[in-house]
Ligand binder design. Structure first.
Ligand SMILES: Cc1ncc(COP(=O)(O)O)c(C=O)c1O
Length: 392
């Protein structure tokens, strides 16, 4: 999963007793380089954290409120509510939408498990639909056939930083009076026909896990919506269901954003667009270098999309072997995701057999994520491509 980005990927041999692999330049190219990004904005970040410490704004606090305003404006929605993780954002969004036991929620099997887990947290039933073979997002053509009187919502996931095909999804939701909750955990700044991820559904959920395109220095997430009633409810749910001091009108949670995370994210909002453009440039460089390599399928940016390349995902037939060789040659390559959610042991309770979602299952066996962070240099991209070619 993408979470390996920030801590485990530094050393792919961790726990194996082997030494760290080094590439031909004598160093490893990590999957993400969070230290390089910190160095580039160190003074501003240190000052922002210092301010939180000196004022003891440890939980929520004014910098989190500043960040919420900036982030709402960035997504094009009216409100953003800072919470403790992307998973909390999904959980609270589902509760806010009134989804619970007896309800069904449609989503994709090719996502990080949190999307499906959050549906189960509220006691609803996840109903999975296979993916589109080009964008790897939920295939809208499969949604209508799984609708039932219990269906309450659709959660499209904007996987890898590219939006799901939202118009047909919104159209179905409109016709059948379903809610749309965008899982935009990987899609900060992504666009669909000029509309930003987070502004299209009834509610949207973002993650600020450190390796994300907009990453906190710890856990963090946000619920984004233009509905003032939903906003109020999420604000209560993240803070123990509190209506006002000593009055708890809902059974809520401790899911508030930490003040330090709000302050860090506020600083990073200044850079998100330039970092996104750098990711897009790096993706274009990979595309150019790999376009003649027959064995490799490069990612397709859909005509409707501004892809923000949270991960740059190629496909190859002999994936496990190529991935192993890449890692051995010092390239921090990842796999997102090797096992679709319906084939994970913990989710066997959903009752889906292997073979049920053939596109997701095929893609899961072929994907490799190459390093794509904004600070990646041309020299490093050339090195990744050279190692990839010799691993095929
Ligand atoms: C698609 C998707 N949804 C939800 C989440 C959960 O976010 P978090 O790790 O912040 O709880 C993630 C994070 O990896 C994700 O990739």
């Amino acid at each position: 999963m993408i979470n390996e980005a920030c801590n485990k990927i530094d050393d792919p041999n961790k726990g194996t007793g082997k030494t760290i692999a080094v590439g031909r330049f004598g160093y490893m190219i990590p999957f993400v380089d969070l230290k390089a990004q910190y160095r580039s904005i160190k003074n501003e970040i240190d000052e922002a954290i210092q301010e939180v410490l000196e004022n003891a704004w440890f939980v929520l606090g004014p910098r989190t409120a500043d960040f919420e305003r900036l982030f709402a404006a960035y997504t094009g929605a009216r409100y953003a509510v800072g919470v403790s993780s992307g998973t909390s954002a999904l959980h609270l969004a589902l509760l806010t939408a009134g989804i619970g036991p007896g309800d069904e929620v449609i989503t994709t099997p090719f996502t990080f498990v949190a999307t499906v887990a959050s549906i189960m947290y509220v006691g609803a039933k996840p109903i999975l639909v296979d993916i589109d073979p080009v964008t790897y997002n939920i295939n809208p053509a499969g949604i209508e056939e799984v609708l039932s009187p219990q269906t309450k919502a659709i959660i499209p996931v904007h996987l890898y930083g590219q939006c799901a095909d939202m118009d047909p999804i919104l159209n179905i939701a409109n016709r059948y009076k379903l809610l749309v909750i965008e899982d935009a955990a990987q899609a900060h700044g992504a666009e669909y026909k000029g509309r930003r991820a987070g502004s299209m559904g009834d509610i949207a959920c973002f993650s600020f896990y450190p390796g994300k395109n907009l990453g906190a220095y710890g856990e963090g997430g946000a619920v984004v919506t233009s509905n003032p009633d939903y906003t109020r409810r999420v604000m209560m749910l993240r803070d123990w269901g509190m209506e006002r001091k000593n009055q708890y009108d809902l059974i809520g949670f401790n899911a508030r954003m930490h003040g330090i995370q709000g302050a860090v994210l506020k600083v990073k909002m200044k850079y998100i667009e330039q970092w996104t453009e750098a990711r897009r440039r790096n993706a274009e460089k990979y595309n150019q270098l790999l376009k003649e390599v027959e064995e490799v399928t490069t990612p397709t940016e859909a005509e409707y999309a501004r892809h923000v390349y949270h991960v740059y995902v190629i496909r190859v037939k002999n994936r496990d072997q190529v991935h192993k060789k890449l890692v051995e040659s010092g390239i921090g390559a990842g796999i997102h995701y090797p096992i679709p959610v319906h084939m994970q042991k913990g989710y066997s309770i959903l009752g889906y057999e292997a073979g049920r979602f053939p596109v997701a299952e095929k893609v899961a066996g072929e994907v490799i994520s190459l390093p794509i962070y904004p600070e990646l240099t041309d020299e490093q991209i050339n090195e990744v491509v050279a190692s990839l070619k010799s691993s095929l």
